[in-house]
Ligand binder design. Sequence first.
Ligand SMILES: [Zn+2]
Length: 387
Amino acid sequence: MKALTVQNGVFELADLPAPKPGRGQVVLEVLRCGICGSDLHARHHADQLADDAALVGVLSMMRADHKVVMGHEFIGEIAEYGKGTRKRWKPGTRVVAMPIRRNEGLAHPTGFSELAPGAYAEQVVAEESMCFTVPNGLSTEEAALTEPMAVGWHAVRRSGVGKGDTAIVIGCGPIGLAVIGMLKAKGVRHIVASDFSPARRALAEKMGAHVVVHPGETSPYDDLEDRGHLVSGEALFDLGISAMSLMRRSPLPWEPMFRAAELAGQVDAKSAVIFECVGVPGMIDNIIAAAPLRSRVIVVGVCMDFDKFRPSLAINKEIDIRFVLGYLPIEFRDTLHMLADGKVDVRPLITGTVGLGGVDAAFTALGSPERHAKILIDPKQVGGTDV
Ligand SMILES: [Zn+2]
């Protein structure tokens, strides 16, 4: 089969032996595979990623000098079943699969390991138990975005954001846009998006952001005080004194009143939920400095450098910081069905399709936020590129 390998940052079109399914596995005929920001990063910084992965016990992560087939955002047709499978679906059935698989007795990240070649190829191996059939009516191109959208859905779920909260998304690259789409799908009524690129701001609007700002011109935190968020410590002290004076003027004891108000959620400041989708040093501190009191910061952007922030500032505001990664199988499944049910429309995100021969050019093109969000690979397309 044709596949695209990468080694020391260099792509090469190769003819590799057709993969064989192991126990419990299927071989998929790849229909589309998305190019992810992580792939762009892994191409040139594999050793750093591998060092970090090793610290959490993932030892098979690709290193620069490994020869790897990337690609973890894929959709394919069932082509062949391995031993011990349930053979649930007819050959030719379209499925998306979570990109983790077993090999040599351990599980590995598909598309980031020599032991788990990815879908920048005509065929890819997946675990049968990690495959999900594509509902009728959902196009192959849209279904190919299940994986990155699931990252967004997981971030939204882990954020605990409510429909009445203010959600602020800093950075509108593919993952920021996925977060916006999923916030909208959840029914969050006030979504603010911020990005320097006009094209990305336009996409943020299409994905469902209610307010879109150029952070060099307008602060995404601008109207929070008007929207009922506490932005100053003095206002908080004042509120405390007013509430206590009111309760203590009552003939009833104040303690049960306080506890009842707390149970009713009336003691907590209205929270803003801020999604950091940029991933460069200084972003977290920037957000903490600008956020209203009692905000929750969800870190989705992957910053690979050491970073600094001021804990005293985070303490003074009682900021929650939560880091998120990946998704659960049920989130992956639900994302696929949200796409199929039209709860989120990913079509604006797909800005190009290339054959395996066009991937190198696509990686370069993805460097420009004005032109591209998500480029899909069609491994059957002959050479071609329309990026
Ligand atoms: Zn990805």
